[in-house]
Design a protein around this ligand. Sequence first.
Ligand SMILES: [Zn+2]
Length: 63
Amino acid sequence: MNPLCVQCYRDNRVSAATVVDHIIPHKGDQALFWDRQNWQALCKKCHDIKTVREDGGFGNGRS
Ligand SMILES: [Zn+2]
């Protein structure tokens, strides 16, 4: 259990984590999905920022 947002912590902020994020997007990969090494605690705000970056960034196969 990690009750603090790790991203806010890096930025010298303290926020309660409300979501569990996958560090590497699992994209349906069960092994990655359940790998606790790939989990991090984030607050909703940081999670939304990360999700937008990943969905809107390059490396996206959508066409
Ligand atoms: Zn945060």
